[in-house]
Ligand binder design. Structure first.
Ligand code: OVV
Length: 408
């Protein structure tokens, strides 16, 4: 007699969807789509891209805190570096796992720590005041080009210590490519790569060299860390490249999202205007409500179960952090409300875990300073036309946003 018993399997297969996170119509307003994804279940399967997806806060957070199971060394985009050749040499901090990661992250973390970046505050504030002077004198201006792009292109690139010549032309197109590369090789990716190959990639490689950096900037400090033996000599330019890849488009788009949110919700601007010391908290709510970075991937190193759903090894898993930041399970019934008085801490705009944004303190510093400078002098931000979205496979921002500011 056959006495074999069947082992009860508690894991289920993930629900499937043919949803395309990268379609223009989705990028125009992703939030209703995110609700649909969250309602599919804790884990779903994107048939169009053969990848798993997670859109709820409760499940994304632990995935990002488990780099042994959900690794970065196969790339943090849709492309699996084990099977396809990346468009550039992989990053030595973003696209690596422990133990390699700890060494580069430690150096980068030191340079970008609150103590180090506090020394930049005075310069950042001076530049913000000057910029706000200029836009107030204009009254009507383009918030994207005249403010949101102008500020990081000046202060962050000066902090890194690269030449001023060429910044306007090459820095943002390079970052655009970096962030498009976290999605599929679609028409958007191809057009962007063609543009980046027309000068930006070569320019970036050039300005990362020691001889092109100012003596007191963050870039040169990376070379000094190599002199001290904390990095291999060839790693210093790679980490300058990381700063220039991750630090421009992101802060530009965060400022765009702030300007748009405060023009759409003047009652929220009233609060910040009345109390400019709220600027840092207000920026945190901008990051939650309109995340800059919306989605990226990890790759499973083994078969794993998340919330009762089984995923095989070597699978791409897309984490929709822009959705986690609107998840009512985490933020309550008012998740879709822009509310600068809320406790927005715990949002995943900068990711979390060992790969959580190394530059988040400097990013917050830039945002806080610009908002505070505006808050002290601007009573109202009026949108004067439809903002033009900048379509990108993983980050969200604008190419133009006509505004008028009313002086206080
Ligand atoms: C977090 C991030 C974004 C983009 C590029 C990089 C890192 C990099 O290390 O190059």
């Amino acid at each position: 007699m056959n006495t074999a018993v069947t082992v009860e399997r508690l894991e289920a297969d993930a629900p499937s969807t043919d949803y395309d996170p990268y379609a223009n119509e989705v990028l125009d307003d992703p939030y209703p789509h995110y609700e649909m994804l969250r309602e599919l279940g804790p884990v779903f399967y994107l048939t169009k891209y053969k990848a798993y997806g997670i859109a709820r806060h409760a499940e994304i957070d632990p995935v990002l805190r488990d780099p042994a199971t959900f690794c970065s060394s196969a790339g943090v985009g849709l492309a699996n570096f084990h099977t396809t050749t990346p468009w550039r040499k992989p990053s030595i901090i973003l696209e690596v796992d422990p133990p390699m990661h700890a060494r580069t992250r430690k150096v980068m973390g030191g340079l970008l720590s609150p103590a180090s970046i506090n020394r930049m505050r005075a310069m950042f504030e001076r530049e913000a005041e000057e910029l706000v002077d200029r836009v107030l004198a204009k009254g009507r201006f383009d918030a994207v080009t005249d403010l949101c792009e102008a500020y990081p292109l000046r202060v962050f690139a000066d902090a890194v210590g690269i030449p001023r010549e060429g910044r306007d032309k090459y820095l943002l197109p390079y970052g655009d490519m970096v962030f498009n590369a976290f999605g599929p090789v679609n028409e958007r990716f191809k057009a962007c790569l063609a543009k980046a190959q027309d000068g930006a990639i070569d320019w970036i490689a050039e300005v990362c060299k020691r001889e092109n950096l100012t003596p007191d900037g963050l870039g040169m400090q990376l070379y000094k860390a190599a002199d001290e033996g904390l990095l291999e000599p060839e790693e210093a330019p790679m980490l300058v490249r990381t700063m220039l890849s991750a630090g421009l488009d992101t802060t530009v788009f965060t400022l765009c999202n702030a300007m748009l949110s405060f023009s759409r919700f003047p009652d929220q601007w009233d609060l910040v205007h009345a109390n400019p010391s709220m600027s840092r908290q207000a920026l945190e709510e901008v990051l939650r409500y309109e995340s800059t970075f919306h989605s990226f991937y990890r790759t499973t190193t083994r078969e794993v179960e998340v919330a009762g759903v089984r995923m095989p090894a070597e699978q791409k898993v897309c984490v929709f952090i822009g959705s986690a930041n609107r998840d009512p399970r985490r933020w309550g019934e008012t998740a879709d409300k822009f509310d600068v008085t809320r406790k927005a801490a715990g949002n995943l705009a900068f990711g979390t875990g060992i790969h959580g944004c190394a530059g988040q303190m400097i990013a917050r510093l830039e945002g806080e300073i610009v908002l505070a400078a505006l808050a002290r002098r601007v009573k109202r931000i009026h949108l004067e036309g439809k903002p033009v979205i900048h379509y990108n496979n993983s980050v969200r921002g604008y190419t133009s946003m006509p505004v008028r500011v009313e002086a206080a």
